[in-house]
Write a protein that binds this ligand. Structure first.
Ligand SMILES: [Zn+2]
Length: 150
């Protein structure tokens, strides 16, 4: 079983080789997106968001958005510490929250500011290659975490 610092060290250590691997696949954008989301996955979207941990503290004031996740999931539950399901849950949770806030802003201020929800959705889905790279990178960083936990 690893400590939070061990998780962080391993995440940082493997981010560069993983970024290089992504660069071989899809070029310099893959290097940046793959390496960056690998780091983000390990340091911010860690399975340990189900407890008060380094990743949850890194969110600062925004850590409040992870309180329901922390409250409803027990530490190392199937929904936080399992391959695919854990990352899918965290990514779905944060994207759902993002769009909920975006839609709320649109509903409240649509006559004041011009917020086009479809443009935001298109920005997320137009580049499948980089989006896939980002999701795989977050998942691989979670697997690294799960391997250390076992
Ligand atoms: Zn863990």
């Amino acid at each position: 079983m690893s400590s939070g610092r061990d998780h962080d060290k391993i995440t940082c250590y493997y981010s560069l080789p993983f970024a290089i691997l992504c660069a071989f696949g899809i070029g310099w954008k893959g290097f940046i997106v793959g390496g960056g989301t690998f780091l983000i996955g390990g340091l911010l979207f860690s399975p340990d968001l189900d407890i008060k941990s380094y990743p949850s503290r890194r969110w600062g004031l925004l850590s409040i958005i992870w309180r329901p996740y922390c409250y409803f999931l027990s530490h190392r539950s199937l929904l936080s510490h399992s391959p695919l399901l854990g990352t899918a849950g965290r990514v779905t949770y944060i994207i759902g929250l993002y769009f909920s806030i975006h839609i709320l802003i649109w509903l409240l201020f649509s006559n004041v500011i011009n917020v086009n929800v479809s443009v935001v959705i298109n920005n997320f889905t137009n580049n499948y290659e980089l989006l896939s790279c980002a999701l795989v990178s977050i998942e691989i960083s979670a697997w690294l975490h799960l391997l250390q936990d076992s």
